[in-house]
Design a protein. Structure first.
Length: 501
């Protein structure tokens, strides 16, 4: 069937509300690397639309500020436009859809990933970076030495134990921040459900209601993907890792949730936020392990994102909608992870993405708005990080002006979504204010991590919108902020070169 016909069919089914399709399911074994002896059963999914609100502006910290703060924190930026228009929909999904706690996770029968378009030509073609369609990209010392001003890093090599220890000391981490990461991972692991998933509402799982501040969002793919990302960021995957079973079971669950549609592998459970988050997780897991059993699932999730893109280049809550910057950010990071993993990503997808950013930029691209040109903190952080990954050079004056804007704002006391993106921008840019920003935010997160009972190792910041993602969302984002030193390799300059020599 021609690709245009596939797209039309997918849009038609979506409009009718008939996107849940019958999928062949396989009973999985107890380990990701031993897929044999499968019993096949057919399951009809009854999925409800859910709006994932992960981006509230959160107000008061759970604990008071402790330690030395060298950079003033922003109390509140005021509501972003997207905060006011999003209303979280509390969704209760039936047990058979979420997976019975007593049963084993199941996996969708996955065909070989289609080559939907030609592979993405290298965004760094002039630097001699090699790109393959079958595996993670390779970098050479000579190529990197010629790339000091262009984004030539961003990979996952820093997550190995040796590299992680080295980068932590070089780039601003401390033993205290690593201890906080370890406590955060332990809390997340303790709240995994028996079927391998996580829920934003953690009360009915192993926690048994011991922890406060449950979330209200019903997407299990978003919750599971977000919970897994901090483990991957810390290199916790593969044989012998401390959380091997936790990660394997979580990946089982994500693969079991894939719905095969005309657009590709659907992991939304109601919103493109979940699609982007789950796709990032699958792509990173494949890139870090080379496990072929993950490849098809990751490719199908990426195919869905590519085909769900609006013709103007953006993504929003549902496939084909005109874009907004916050949903856009998750999808672009998924595509970048896919590219690093050697998966197929159409060049047209990246070209359209750049056009979307052009449509919401202000000051020639130094600052960004939500759906139109503006100067808003969170969209600017997302927009600038996206520009970095799409190839802007460090010497670009627009990037420099945007970084200066973020530095002047300072880290937020409560808005961890803004801090998550802005911290990556300043870190990769090696901005003059990075040390002050890092010290202030790092030490505040260490000081505000809960040490109370079953909540030990978690974070939560109070806000009318914070209840949507709850304590699980907040903890995952905070851990990833504290992993910034090694989670992605440097994008620019001498550090990017030295890190790969």
């Amino acid at each position: 069937m021609p690709r245009q016909d596939l797209r039309s069919l997918g849009n038609f089914l979506w409009a009718l509300g008939a996107w849940p399709l019958r999928c062949a399911r396989k009973q999985l074994p107890a380990r990701l690397r031993a897929p044999s002896g499968f019993a096949v059963s057919l399951i009809m999914h009854a999925a409800l639309l859910v709006l994932l609100n992960l981006i509230g502006v959160w107000r008061d910290a759970e604990h008071g500020t402790h330690g030395v703060v060298l950079l003033p924190f922003v109390e509140d930026f005021g509501p972003e436009p997207f905060v006011e228009e999003i209303a979280a929909i509390v969704t209760v999904l039936p047990a058979e859809v979420l997976g019975a706690q007593s049963g084993e996770p199941v996996e969708t029968q996955l065909p070989d990933a289609p080559n939907i378009l030609a592979p993405l030509p290298s965004l760094l073609a002039g630097l001699g970076q090699q790109e393959t369609a079958s595996g993670p990209q390779q970098f050479t010392s000579s190529n990197l030495l010629a790339a000091a001003d262009a984004p030539g890093g961003g990979g996952f090599e820093g997550r190995t134990p040796t590299a992680r220890a080295r980068l932590l000391g070089q780039r601003g981490g401390t033993p205290a921040s690593e201890d906080a990461v370890a406590r955060g991972l332990a809390w997340i692991a303790a709240h995994q459900r028996p079927n391998g998933s996580w829920w934003f509402d953690h009360r009915d799982g192993p926690c048994g209601g011991q922890c406060r501040d449950p979330g209200t969002v019903g997407s299990t793919t978003a919750a599971t993907g977000l919970a897994l990302l901090p483990f991957l960021g810390a290199g916790e995957i593969g044989a012998g890792s401390q959380y091997e079973k936790v990660v394997d079971d979580g990946l089982y669950y994500l693969r079991s949730r894939i719905l095969i549609t005309a657009l590709g592998g659907d992991l939304q459970e109601g919103t493109m936020y979940a699609q982007g988050i789950a796709a990032i997780t699958l792509c990173e897991a494949y890139a870090m392990t080379g496990d072929e059993s993950l490849r098809s699932a990751a490719q199908l999730a990426i195919d869905f994102i590519c085909r769900a893109q609006h013709e103007a280049g953006g993504w929003r809550y549902y496939p084909g909608q005109p874009g907004d910057t916050t949903v856009f950010g998750w999808q672009l990071m998924a595509l970048k992870s896919a590219r690093l993993a050697g998966l197929e990503v159409p060049s047209e997808t990246f070209a359209r993405a750049e056009r979307f950013l052009d449509s919401v930029q202000n000051d020639d691209g130094a600052v960004y708005g939500y759906q139109k040109p503006d100067k808003s903190p969170t969209p600017t952080a997302v927009g600038l990080l996206s520009r970095m990954y799409l190839g802007w050079r460090r010497s670009d004056s627009r990037l420099g002006r945007g970084v200066s804007y973020l530095e002047k704002l300072g880290p937020s006391r409560t808005d961890m979504y803004f801090n998550y993106y802005a911290t990556q921008v300043l870190h990769h840019y090696e901005s003059p204010g990075w040390d002050r920003w890092n010290t202030a935010l790092r030490d505040r997160l260490v000081a505000t991590q809960s040490r109370r009972g079953h909540e030990h190792g978690s974070w939560y910041f109070h806000d009318p919108h914070g209840k949507s993602g709850g304590r699980l969302y907040t903890t995952a984002i905070c851990v990833m902020i504290l992993e910034v030193y090694y989670r992605h390799m440097p994008l620019y300059g001498k550090r990017a070169v030295e890190a790969d020599l």
